[in-house]
Design a protein around this ligand. Structure first.
Ligand code: NAD
Length: 491
């Protein structure tokens, strides 16, 4: 059977698996629709037992040689991989705009350059990881970062290219072989990544893509005893299922999950900057895990803040993500639109008040108005659960202790944002229980810095050395400094 290509914005994209260096079509297929207008983009192979078995075996075979290369020997392969990603920049931008609804402008200026960097940065960083000696009176310890083995990578639909490369970069640089299971609602840029890897000459089996749904293909992959690592980004309920499968085989898993991050505006904040940044939370139609979706604004400045933010929200351009001028695009799937609307409707039915938005947007059925909900209590559903749409909540506070208590008052702990006089904002930021928090800023990411959540927002950290700690087996090779004489008194 030959591979089937989907035609997306003039680009050919395979809807099939990529296993052992070859395109493999599936026997069963599922439909892929465009989030912009729900038109059918084509069909995608569903990975079944046969494909999963082939991918695991290919990854195991490839591991035998890829893992033996030094980081310096892997570097040229990965640099070529990044180059090939760069050569496909236009296709990647157009395709992810069409299958995930991500803004074309964001793909061009943010995601694709970052995807390349995700590969090259970790490949170069791996050169520094080889030996970190520990010297004691007794012995010289050579601490090695050995590749762990076959790694399963599972990513969500809201940023598939960025998140897949963010995991693939360190996993491959560390010497692992990978099986990527893309999100079924936005699987196409992961398929283009396979083309890039192929053109770069990555040895067969080093990087495999098995397409499919989470419940079937994903669940089968993560339950395999031959897997050495599972790196997952997605929702809390899925993470619980994956953690159970991983536990059954004692496989380490890294879980990057949802968020309900506080956006704190202190009385001494620069309200213009705070309002401008708060408006950014509608980016990607709010389908961003690290967005500060709970606005917590000091009661003495809340009226001014709301007026300033309203003026900016009124200017937001909601529309087709393929138009460079668009600032807020579509919601990925009709089911997700319903989910977002459900949260808002239930909040209003319980007494919440809409300051703006609250309805599907006139641009089309896949679009939802940027929304701000207030008069909400801390234990309300809309405060406690991730909406994952263009919906923010507004609460007020009158003291530092109150805002810290409200900020920490959910089961999530991914990120946060705090606006205020710098030392004041920093002091509050340090009391907020999350994996990261931005002071008077938002979205500054450095590949060397740790990224991840606490509480229900995840387990583990990605970025810099933290990625390598996860994707490697750290081994201590102990060389005694004096001749060793065996004795039962030794401990
Ligand atoms: P999801 O959990 O439904 O799906 C994520 C991936 O898991 C998909 O590829 C899916 O096919 C797969 N999957 C589903 N069921 C599975 C199973 N039983 N076994 C194995 N794999 C399975 O999440 P989603 O709706 O695609 O993504 C949105 C979620 O992702 C939000 O909660 C968002 O906050 C979170 N997210 C977190 C981060 C982060 O870095 N913390 C980044 C982006 C998105």
């Amino acid at each position: 059977m030959s591979t089937r290509y989907l035609q997306v914005a003039g680009h050919d994209v395979s809807g099939d698996h990529y296993i052992d260096g070859q395109r493999i079509p599936g026997k069963t297929r599922f439909e892929l629709h465009c989030p912009i207008d729900q038109r059918l983009l084509g069909t995608i192979s569903e990975g079944d037992e046969e494909h999963i078995e082939a991918a695991i075996q290919a990854a195991q075979r490839a591991f035998a040689t890829w893992s033996l290369l030094s980081a310096a020997e892997r570097l040229p392969y990965l640099e070529r991989f990044a180059d090939e990603i760069g050569k496909r920049a236009e296709a990647l931008c157009a395709v992810e705009s069409n299958d995930a609804g991500v803004l074309l402008s964001r793909m061009r200026h943010g995601v694709v350059p970052r995807a390349k960097l995700n590969i090259t940065w970790f490949a170069r960083h791996a050169l520094e990881l080889q030996h970190r000696p520990i010297d004691t009176d007794q012995a010289h310890h050579i601490v090695k970062h050995d590749p762990a083995g076959v790694t399963v990578i599972i990513t969500p639909w809201n940023s598939p290219l960025m998140l897949s490369t963010w995991k693939l970069g360190p996993a491959l640089a560390a010497g692992n072989t990978c099986i990527l299971k893309p999100p079924e609602w936005a699987p196409l840029t992961c398929s283009l990544l396979a083309d890039a890897a192929h053109a770069a000459g990555l040895p067969p089996g080093v990087f495999n893509v098995v397409q499919g749904t989470g419940a079937r293909t994903g669940a089968r992959l993560v339950s395999d005893f031959r897997i050495s690592r599972i790196s997952f980004t997605g929702s809390v309920p899925t993470a619980k299922l994956i953690a159970q499968s991983a536990a059954a085989n004692l496989v380490p898993c890294s879980l990057e999950l949802g968020g309900k991050s506080p956006f704190i505006v202190l009385e001494d904040a620069d309200l213009d900057s705070a309002a401008a940044t708060a408006t950014l939370m509608y980016r990607n139609a709010g389908q961003v895990c690290l967005a500060g979706t709970r606005l917590l604004v000091h009661k003495n400045v809340v009226d001014q803040f709301v007026i300033k933010m309203r003026a900016l929200v009124d200017q937001l351009v909601v529309g087709d993500p393929r138009d460079e001028a668009t600032e807020v695009g579509p919601i990925i799937h009709p089911r997700q639109v319903e989910r977002v609307k459900g949260f808002v409707d239930r909040a209003v039915a319980c007494g919440a008040r809409l300051l703006w938005g609250g309805q599907p947007h006139s641009f089309g059925p896949q679009y939802f108005q940027p929304t701000l909900v207030t008069d909400v209590a801390q234990d309300d559903e809309i405060i406690q659960n991730e909406v994952f749409g263009p919906v923010l909540t507004l609460q007020t506070f009158s003291s530092d202790d109150e805002v810290v208590s409200k900020a920490n008052g959910t089961d999530y702990g991914l990120g946060g944002i705090c606006y205020g006089e710098t030392s004041h904002a920093q002091a509050i930021a340090e009391r907020v229980r999350t994996g990261f928090i931005w002071v008077n800023s938002f979205g500054i990411r450095d590949l060397a810095a740790p990224f991840g959540g606490i509480k229900r927002s995840g387990i583990g950290r990605e970025g810099g050395d933290w990625s390598f700690e996860f994707f490697c087996d750290v081994k201590d090779v102990v060389i005694p400094k004096k001749p060793f004489r065996a004795s039962f008194s030794h401990r």
